[in-house]
Design a protein around this ligand. Structure first.
Ligand SMILES: C[S@@+](CC[C@H](N)C(=O)[O-])C[C@H]1O[C@@H](n2cnc3c(N)ncnc32)[C@H](O)[C@@H]1O
Length: 258
């Protein structure tokens, strides 16, 4: 994730005059869309790297899906920060491509504190009305995954709809210290905003709480590489693999526990 300074939004959308929530839409360098959120007083960083939201997601998080598909008998994921749903669409695309899209075998517990992001994502795949900018954004993302995994767009969309209806993907509210994920997870996408924007998710206590949700084996990835994150992973018996960051960042994190 990168600061949005010097990076111009091409459009914005207001939630309503009551909530003042404003979503600003950006095109990242690989052509894929990203968003920042906020009001007239403060705005979050962009959700993804300016170098490429789509490429960043594949680089950082696809190895988690591979790990789970290859090493685990259950496919249970924790996604902290649904955002635009890049991670969720990637998992379903990957499973379809590998021929392992099996309704009994995978579950994604996807946490998002912004209610509109959850409801637009759900509505888009269910065929209900969503604001045009969100409709276009999800459409672009799903098209990119269909191309990447060489599957038909309608097949991927239908699989997403099924996964949401059958509770393979569960859209849940904010992740906090009292959150208990209903099942132990084998793959974690820790893709919350940075410690500057969401400090509550990066404290040692919060990190311990995330790692307590993990099964063995388990793999976890995040764009960040903070020393307290590494210490917490070691405390929980994870091995850290060296991984460069995306888009000019020095390091990112991929950790695994067997
Ligand atoms: C970097 S974006 C996630 C991008 C996303 N993974 C994707 O694939 O598009 C971070 C998201 O985390 C959400 N968020 C922030 N704090 C949260 C919390 N405590 N629990 C759940 N979601 C949170 C934000 O609203 C934002 O949508």
């Amino acid at each position: 994730m990168t600061s949005t300074r010097n990076f111009e939004a091409y459009a914005s959308w207001h939630e309503s005059s009551d909530s003042q929530m404003k979503y600003m839409f950006y095109k990242t360098k690989d052509g894929s869309p990203s968003v920042s959120m906020g009001n007239e007083y403060s705005r979050t960083e962009l959700m993804h790297s300016t170098d490429g939201a789509f490429s960043e997601t594949l680089y950082l998080y696809e190895p988690i899906v591979e790990f789970v598909a290859n090493q685990c008998s259950n496919y249970t994921f924790l996604s902290v920060g649904l955002g635009l749903g890049y991670v969720e669409m990637m998992i379903v695309g990957y499973f379809l491509k590998q021929g392992i899209f099996d309704k009994d075998r995978f579950r994604i517990f996807s946490y998002e504190k912004d209610g509109s992001l959850k409801s637009f994502f759900y509505s888009f795949f269910l065929g209900d009305k969503v604001p045009n900018l969100f409709y276009d954004t999800y459409t672009e993302i799903i098209n990119m995954y269909a191309k990447h995994y060489v599957i038909a767009v309608h097949e991927l969309k239908e699989a997403m709809k099924k996964a949401l209806l059958q509770n393979n993907i569960l859209l849940l509210s904010d992740f906090n210290l009292s959150t208990s994920v209903p099942e132990k997870v084998q793959g974690v996408f820790f893709d919350a905003f940075s410690a500057g924007t969401s400090p509550e998710l990066w404290s040692s206590e919060a990190l311990d709480h995330v790692f307590n949700q993990c099964d063995t084996p388990c793999a976890l990835a995040t764009y960040a590489s903070r020393s307290d994150l590494k210490k917490a992973l070691h405390r929980h018996g994870f091995e850290l693999l060296k991984k460069q960051g995306y888009g000019g960042k020095k390091h990112s994190t991929f950790a695994q526990r067997y």
